[in-house]
Design a binder for this molecule. Sequence first.
Ligand code: SF4
Length: 134
Amino acid sequence: MESLILDIVNGKQINKNEALKLFDLEIEDLCLAASKIRKQYKINKVKVCSIINAKSGQCSEDCKFCTQSSFNKTDVKVYPSLDTEKIKDVSEKALENVGCFGIVSSGNSLNDNEIDKLCECLNNTRNHLILEYQ
Ligand code: SF4
């Protein structure tokens, strides 16, 4: 396994089977390997990013790790979509001060109204915009 890590550090593009072998590592060894790779490619630089949770809680999905799932008992704040002005205000401040900003939301999808609202919010930040949907 050490040679695989060394290959990655030296720039080799690993294939799927090699990547799956990484699952065989103990977690401490995996962290150590990840640290070696990070040091090679990123040194100690970090990229700072800011997010806003545009809609919080009451998600119908049952993801065990998530505080926003309605199946989990948590103290998370629950609220429907934030208003457009709030998101615009926070995004402008974040882009001015941090340079990177993301809007996240509870749930596995947005409805048409929420998408329209989001588009309106993003309209004035389009020069900085990178859209990712997961
Ligand atoms: S908000 Fe996302 S991660 Fe959390 S329970 Fe819903 S779908 Fe899962």
